[in-house]
Ligand binder design. Structure first.
Ligand SMILES: NC(=O)c1ccc[n+]([C@@H]2O[C@H](COP(=O)([O-])OP(=O)(O)OC[C@H]3O[C@@H](n4cnc5c(N)ncnc54)[C@H](O)[C@@H]3O)[C@@H](O)[C@H]2O)c1
Length: 209
């Protein structure tokens, strides 16, 4: 595949994301987790299911970050999920530390990647990742155009299409950073209408800054 996506956190969300990406043949997938053996085992399971699911994606599981180098997209799902009685905000301190560390690991190795943050509390984690990435610019609205262009649908619509789609919508909405280089390549790929809209949003954002 010509695209590479890294998924950090091989738990419920991360493993499901890896499975969906592979089965739709959208990209090769690198699955990373802190627990030894878990991402490797899940990547192997998905690889062994490939002939049955009829996909050709290459999957790698790892505990270290070298395999993530050159990713087009990095999806960060690492962290602790809520337990009964907890609010998303109760996850703040723990997940901020995790998200900061994993972002630092991936950003240097994939400086042109789009970061998609899933870990909760989502808004705060986006800021943590943005700061830790040191990526030069920060754009969110353009993701909508990009997803309309690539997937053919507004992420708002995905919200109403079941549980896995909710993940996709939340992920797409929460992308808040990308490098200028990625924006340029996005513009090159986009349709004239989408490209015009992206450029308009970029100009408005610059005016506001
Ligand atoms: N944004 C959303 O719509 C949305 C939806 C569902 C879950 N979430 C959030 O996503 C996160 C993950 O949820 P889940 O259900 O997959 O949890 P999970 O416990 O099943 O998976 C989390 C994984 O992250 C790993 N991890 C922890 N620290 C790590 C580190 N430093 N480096 C690499 N991996 C690490 C864990 O080992 C675990 O496998 C939670 O914060 C949850 O609240 C967000």
């Amino acid at each position: 595949m010509d695209k590479k996506v890294t998924v950090i956190g091989a738990g419920n969300v991360g493993a499901t994301a890896a499975q969906r990406l592979a089965e739709k043949e959208l990209c090769d997938v690198v699955l990373v987790d802190i627990i030894e053996g878990v991402p490797q085992g899940k990547a192997l399971d998905l690889t062994q299911a490939a002939p049955i699911e009829k996909h050709d994606a290459h999957l790698v599981g790892a505990n270290a970050y070298d395999a993530t180098a050159g990713s087009d997209i990095v999806i960060i799902t690492a962290g602790i999920p809520r337990k009964p009685g907890m609010s998303r905000d109760d996850l703040l301190t723990t997940n901020a530390g995790i998200v900061k560390k994993v972002t630092q690991e991936v950003a240097g190795r994939s400086p042109r990647a789009v970061l998609i943050i899933v870990s909760n509390p989502l808004d705060a984690m986006c800021h943590v990742a943005f700061d830790a990435s040191k990526f030069p610019t920060r754009i969110s609205a353009e993701v909508k155009n990009w997803s309309v262009e690539k997937v053919g649908e507004d992420p708002e619509v995905w919200k109403y299409r079941g549980r896995h789609s909710q993940f996709a919508a939340a992920a797409a909405e929460s992308v808040t950073m990308r490098s200028a280089g990625v924006v340029s390549s996005m513009l090159r790929r986009a349709s004239p209408e989408a490209s015009q809209s992206i450029q308009w949003r970029l100009r408005s954002r610059r005016r506001r800054q």
